[in-house]
Design a protein. Structure first.
Length: 300
């Protein structure tokens, strides 16, 4: 059984001690929820832990998952009725169901890595062959990770959209793939932080799903160093590609290796970047979005 609770929009630094919800899956208890959100968090986590296999089956049957080939915790959330009822409910409960959806998506990845079908497919392919690759798609919220998912479809047996900006999470994800006998590939998507914020706000207005400024800032600040660390640790056993999606979704720039990181790296640390994003949210977007969207993205 995998632990997906570390693929998260919040960091362990948010609390002096990480708390877990009751149950065997070690689902992290989300910080800063109101009473209604907390009840939904508990209800969804309890239901998933009672019937995990059924939720995995339902996910595989979703048209958007492409038979389970595309694994994404945001798509898993659509299985949870309190969240998926409406645009407003997606806004209100995005964080209430996030850690549960992360655990489910990690469990789905475990099934893909270890399934008999995948093992047989791997044995029929060269070790470096196309069908032996597993892609980890990562990047700040709003960067446009869908462009990397499309890229991954060219050569991957499975695409897992995940946050690996934390060193330990990134190392664990890559090692899991290697231990299962597959070739890991990371596709990291970047865009200017203010561009990411603009896309996050527009998506929230159109679909309801929200991400806090803190998460945008933290992943922007931490992901480059994590990619460098992973490259040093795993060397030729790990392929890394960078996608610059700052300008337009129709014109992403693809790079093999880490050469573009210096130009894409934010000069500000996560704290300064978070303040800049909140200031922009207050000045540019607050008058045009709902109070709920504003409060959830601001995250204070």
């Amino acid at each position: 059984m995998c632990n997906g609770s570390a693929d998260k929009m919040t960091s362990s630094k948010d609390n002096t001690k990480i708390e877990y919800l009751p149950g065997p899956l070690k689902i992290v208890k989300q910080s800063r929820l109101d009473d209604d959100q907390r009840l939904v968090e508990q209800k969804v986590a309890a239901e998933v832990q009672k019937d995990l296999e059924n939720y995995i089956r339902l996910y595989d049957e979703m048209r958007e998952s492409l038979g389970g080939w595309y694994i994404c915790s945001d798509l898993v959330k659509e299985l949870f009725e309190p969240y998926s009822e409406s645009k407003d409910s997606r806004t209100k409960y995005s964080y209430a169901v996030h850690h549960t959806s992360s655990v489910v998506s990690a469990e789905i990845l475990c099934r893909r890595l270890g399934s008999v079908e995948n093992v047989l497919a791997q044995l029929r392919q060269n070790k470096k062959g196309q069908a032996s690759q597993i892609s980890l798609v990562t990047g700040p919220p709003g960067a446009g990770k869908t462009v990397a998912t499309a890229r991954g479809s060219l050569f991957s047996k499975c695409v897992f959209e995940t946050n690996i900006s934390d060193h330990e999470v990134g190392q664990r994800r890559v090692q899991e793939i290697l231990d299962a006998g597959w070739q890991p590939t990371i596709l990291a998507v970047f865009a200017d932080p203010l561009t990411c914020l603009d896309r996050v706000v527009r998506r929230a207005s159109n679909e309801g799903r929200v991400v806090r400024c803190e998460a945008i800032a933290r992943i922007h600040a931490c992901l480059p160093d994590t990619l460098i660390m992973l490259n040093r640790k795993f060397g030729a056993n790990l392929e890394i590609g960078i996608i610059d999606n700052s300008r337009d979704f129709s014109m992403p720039q693809y790079f093999d290796g880490l050469a573009p990181l210096n130009s894409l790296r934010c000069k500000e640390d996560s704290g300064k970047l978070r303040k800049m994003l909140i200031r922009t949210l207050d000045q540019k977007y607050a008058p045009t979005i709902s109070e709920q969207i504003y409060a959830e993205i601001r995250g204070e």
